[in-house]
Design a protein around this ligand. Structure first.
Ligand code: OSB
Ligand code: MG
Length: 383
């Protein structure tokens, strides 16, 4: 395989209007925000990566502002001019910067794309080369859809019906205190057989255990991150009290976290967001931890643009990703997206991985520019 040498890196802070915003227990973002990374090699190959930071530090302590600070000041000087034999070399190059996983992920993702393009292979194949034999990419990912907090159960059921009609066979509902047991009961009455899960985004404490136990009667696939965003210990106390598997999202920042949470019994399922764990190299380590522990794994999302979704979809096509992923079709998020062609859901709740080298989709310069203009018009003071 060919090495690449990183020549230049351009940062594009963008805002895109959402087709349907996602209200969670910590709030709602008015726009999709991201910093798109455009990396050029000395051989003239362009790689794209997405830093999918939000505006408000609600899900993560990282924001558009922190990424706009740490990338040019600290991360880019560590990679520009460097020759990279494998994208898995990137974490060591940038290890002197602590934290800032989303910023690091976007940068590493741009290297994965450029490296895969320089070598004429798709990202799924590039990822699989770091896995044990037999972990051959499937060419598609099985997906579901994440539905935000709505004004009523009726309104929620209407969105669920629309998503089922589009082909989604796994529905995830966001919950918060006061929007939980009655919501689950109402939705289950209307849809007794769907694959249903809930995501609390850290809205509860151990004092809510009795309420959370009531959710066991609704046949849920899992409950995602019920307790504090930085907790493993109290989830360890909660999981044995529930029949419903706990899935950890926010709390898992590394392969070591995933191993600890699974071995302690703090959760039974891992939501792997490559952005949250700092890149695809660490994601591959988490994948191997889950395979070794026979733990179900799925790929979560940050409402990524087509840049981030293309590479997440490639990762989600690996066979150790055993549960439906939060990677929906383009029309669930943006009209238009910054990439072409759009991702389309098939009737069996799968999305094919883009064919072609690297991320496999084209980034349209004029759409990126429009996104930059909207960002500048709305949030000039944040980046
Ligand atoms: O908790 O999974 C989450 C989006 C932003 C922040 C947190 C979360 C989410 C999602 C998005 O649920 C799902 C998607 O990208 O389709
Ligand atoms: Mg989540």
């Amino acid at each position: 395989m060919k090495s690449i040498t990183i020549d230049t890196v351009a940062l594009h802070a963008i805002a895109l209007p959402f087709v349907e915003p996602l209200r969670t227990s910590f709030g709602e973002e008015p726009f999709k925000s991201a910093i798109l990374i455009e990396l050029k090699t000395t051989d003239g190959v362009t790689g794209w990566g997405e830093v999918s930071t939000e505006i408000h530090p609600g899900y993560s302590s990282e924001t558009m502002g922190t990424a706009a600070h740490v990338l040019p000041q600290f991360l880019l000087p560590l990679v520009i001019g460097q020759t990279v034999a494998s994208p898995t070399d990137v974490p060591a190059l940038i290890a002197s910067v602590r934290g800032h996983h989303m910023a690091k992920h976007g940068l590493e993702a741009a290297v994965w794309d450029a490296w895969a393009k320089a070598n004429g292979i798709g990202l799924a194949e590039a990822f699989a080369a770091h896995l044990p034999e037999g972990h051959t990419p499937k060419g598609y990912a099985t997906v579901g859809v994440s539905i935000g907090i709505k004004p009523s159960i009726e309104a929620t059921c209407a969105v669920i019906q629309k998503r089922l009609d589009q082909g989604y066979r796994r529905i995830k509902l966001k919950i918060e205190p006061g929007w939980d047991v009655e919501l689950a009961r109402g939705v289950r009455e209307r849809f007794p057989d769907i694959t249903l899960m809930l995501d609390a985004n850290s809205a509860y404490t151990l004092a809510d255990a009795d309420m959370l136990k009531q959710l066991d009667t609704f046949g849920l696939l899992m409950i995602e991150q019920p307790l504090a965003y930085d907790d493993i210990y109290e989830h360890r106390k909660l999981q044995p009290q529930l029949k419903t598997p706990i899935c950890l999202d926010e709390s898992i920042l590394s392969a070591d976290d995933a191993r600890m949470a699974l071995e302690l019994g703090a959760c039974r399922i891992i939501n792997l967001k490559p952005a949250r764990v700092g890149g695809y190299s660490e994601s591959l380590e988490i994948y191997k931890v889950c395979v070794d522990h026979d733990a179900p794994l799925w790929v979560g999302g940050m409402m990524e643009t087509g840049v981030g979704r293309a590479s997440n979809l490639a990762f989600a096509s690996l066979p150790g990703v055993t549960l439906p992923c939060d990677i929906s079709a383009t029309d669930r998020y943006f009209n238009p997206d910054v990439t072409e062609p759009p991702f389309v859901i098939r009737p069996d709740s799968t999305i094919p991985v883009a064919a072609g080298a690297g991320i496999g989709v084209e980034v349209l310069a004029e759409r990126v520019h429009a996104g930059e203009h909207l960002w500048q018009a709305q949030y000039p003071y944040l980046t």
